[in-house]
Design a protein around this ligand. Structure first.
Ligand code: NAI
Length: 328
């Protein structure tokens, strides 16, 4: 067997952490041949709760789990780490303006970026889950100048999976029949789930749906507002589905996409499709040899152009706001 891979999870005592850690320990993050060593990061007040989760992880007797360490110091938590899942973030509370939210998260993601820069392993890969995920990833990235920029990603795989589920129900086909779906832009209500280039059972997805009113008035809003609908129904935000998407994001990154298929991930823009260079935006991506690559050369119709411009515009505003605050 291989040497264990070090996986750091922040916000380990939170609700996503609780679902995520057991999936990682069971081997679903990297595959059944790869042992993992968990490094949990929490704020001091939540370290005890993280210790409780670690006790339960022990009690899972997972053959692939070769150790658990718990920290309240980012420098230690990211030392030697290969995969960092940045889940812990400052949620928006009542009366909080966007600037306050960005600033509070800057206080988390700046030191974490610095710690990754200082001590992570050379092959470090970072997935930011904590919201506002794209901009938090941008902040962390900008404080890790020695790490290649394409190692910083943010999660839109949950949005991708939500879109797959809606289409699977609409067309009454298994999710696995639907290929080449893409989420564009920000992990927020402005995101754009694009079906134009999708396929279902080898046929064009938009033609199979053949209902633009449903796409615009039901599909897109349902996917974009699903987080709020879950809170409304469950009284708590999505946790197990978010953990599942984080597993999918990293598994795909490491193991690759199927020939001819894509997925969605927020990655650093190289200027493709008019998305300003340097923004961390969701794109259709393939993964190969441990790298996510933006799918190139897609024709973008007028409807898609308007939607992409709107969500990318929001990302540019967030970037300008954190720049003004001196966070990047
Ligand atoms: P939670 O509130 O249950 O847990 C967050 C945990 O992070 C808490 O235990 C807290 O102590 C910890 N934390 C806070 N600051 C920290 C720091 N500086 N270092 C380490 N840990 C820290 O929240 P939950 O439900 O687990 O969600 C976590 C984040 O994921 C939220 O920001 C949420 O909005 C986001 N999210 C993102 C999704 C996506 O698709 N990108 C989907 C669902 C949630």
């Amino acid at each position: 067997t291989q040497a264990p891979v070090n996986v750091t999870v922040t916000g380990a005592a939170g609700q996503i952490g609780y679902a995520l850690l057991f999936r990682i320990a069971s081997g679903q993050l990297l595959g059944p041949d790869t042992p993992v060593k968990l490094r949990l990061l929490e704020i001091p007040q939540a370290v005890k709760a993280a210790e409780g989760t670690a006790m339960e992880l022990d009690d899972g007797a997972f053959p692939l789990l070769s150790g658990i360490d718990i920290f309240d110091d980012p420098k230690q938590a990211f030392s030697g780490t290969n995969i960092a899942l940045l889940v812990g973030a400052r949620p928006r509370t009542k009366g909080m303006e966007r600037g306050d939210l960005l600033e509070a998260n800057g206080g988390i993601f700046k030191p974490q970026g610095e710690a990754i820069n200082a001590g992570a392993a050379d092959d470090i890969r970072v997935l930011v889950v904590g919201n506002p995920a794209n901009t938090n990833a941008l902040i962390a990235k900008s404080h890790a100048p020695d790490v290649p920029a394409d190692r910083f990603t943010a999660m839109t795989r949950l949005d991708h999976n939500r879109a797959l589920a809606q289409l699977s129900k609409k067309l009454d086909v298994p999710v696995s029949d639907i290929k080449r779906l893409a989420i564009w832009g920000n992990h927020s209500a402005t995101q754009y789930p694009m079906i134009t280039h999708g396929t279902v059972g080898g046929k064009n997805l938009a033609e199979a749906v053949n209902d633009q009113t449903w796409v615009e008035e039901t599909f897109i809003p349902t996917v974009a507002k699903r987080g709020a609908a879950i809170i409304e129904a469950r009284g708590l935000s999505s946790a197990a589905s978010a953990a599942s998407a984080a597993i999918d994001h990293v598994y795909t990154w490491v193991n690759g996409t199927d020939e001819g298929d894509w997925t969605s991930a927020a990655v650093i823009s190289d200027g493709s499709y008019g998305v300003p260079e340097g923004l961390i935006s969701s794109f259709p991506v393939t993964a190969k040899d441990g790298k996510y690559e933006i799918v190139q050369g897609l024709e973008i119709d007028d409807f898609s152009r308007t939607r992409i411009d709107a969500t990318v515009g929001e990302l540019a505003e967030e970037r300008d706001a954190v720049q003004k605050l001196g966070l990047i």
